[in-house]
Design a protein around this ligand. Structure first.
Ligand SMILES: [Zn+2]
Length: 264
């Protein structure tokens, strides 16, 4: 389908065409019934003729955070507004069309109402596509804020003032093309992830610890605490007859258990 948008100039032209038609009708009636055409014209047309643009459909207003009950729960791209599919639910929560897509792909194309609700209205994204603030849509479709507010009032919808702002917002949420709800992971800050060098250092330390070979000499140099810690770490029994083995005796047990030989 090709769509054309009424520009303000076009609306003004339509208004003057309508006015000319009414004036012509008055002139004909005046000739026939003998009344004053000018007076009749002033009476009828003093306020001018207003040609109204078609009312903005509810589905073409920005997403206002409210799910329309009875409507399909899939999200449609809707020129970047990412709004609820206006069709009636047919198969479960989806309309026939969205359900066919779901059956073929195992997912809805632009997410679900659940996903739409899970993040701020202006931060919804599908892949690389980010929701556009309504002001962008308004400019493309020649809508004034007054017209939008009027339509919104008719539908009992409140439009978030943020929708009229063009500035870039924070990092958008990534919504995968899935039917299941997507929960936003907690924001990862630098505090949670140490800088790369630190990670490397830690890994190296761990490796060194693992690779460090235990020798007879090293065991003999252990303090009491070190010996006990080492024994516990290597599942070596440190109790004998209910008493904790200490000092050289424990070191000897470690050496025996690990089969370490004294230096020659
Ligand atoms: Zn649908």
């Amino acid at each position: 389908m090709i769509s054309a948008t009424m520009t303000n100039a076009f609306i003004a032209a339509t208004s003057s065409i309508a006015k000319a038609a009414v004036e012509e009708a008055i002139a004909k009636l005046s000739a026939r019934y003998g009344f004053d055409a000018t007076e009749a014209s002033n009476f009828l047309l003093s306020g001018g003729i207003e040609v109204k643009k078609p009312r903005i459909l509810e589905q073409n207003l920005p997403w206002n955070g409210k799910v329309r009950v009875g409507c399909c729960s899939a999200v449609l791209k809707n020129k970047g507004l990412f709004t609820q599919c206006p069709l009636t639910k047919k198969n479960g929560d989806l309309c026939g069309k969205c359900d066919r897509y779901f059956q073929m792909h195992g997912t809805t194309r632009f997410g679900t109402m659940e996903q739409r609700l899970a993040c701020p209205a202006l931060e919804y994204t599908v892949g690389k596509q980010v929701v556009v603030p309504y002001i962008v849509y308004m400019e493309k479709n020649n809508l004034t804020r007054a017209e939008v507010e009027e339509a919104a009032a008719e539908y009992g919808i409140t439009i978030d003032p943020e929708q009229y702002v063009k500035t870039k917002r924070g990092r958008p949420n990534i919504v995968r093309e899935m039917a299941a709800p997507v929960f936003e992971p907690p924001e990862v800050t630098e505090e949670l992830i140490p800088p790369p060098e630190e990670v490397e250092e830690e890994e190296q330390e761990e490796q060194e610890e693992v690779e460090e070979e235990i020798t007879y000499a090293k065991v003999m140099k252990f303090t009491v605490t070190e010996a006990r810690a080492f024994a516990e770490k290597h599942d070596i029994e440190i109790k004998k007859d209910g008493k904790i083995i200490k000092g050289t005796e424990l070191k000897n047990i470690i050496i025996e258990t690990l089969g370490l030989a004294p230096p020659t």
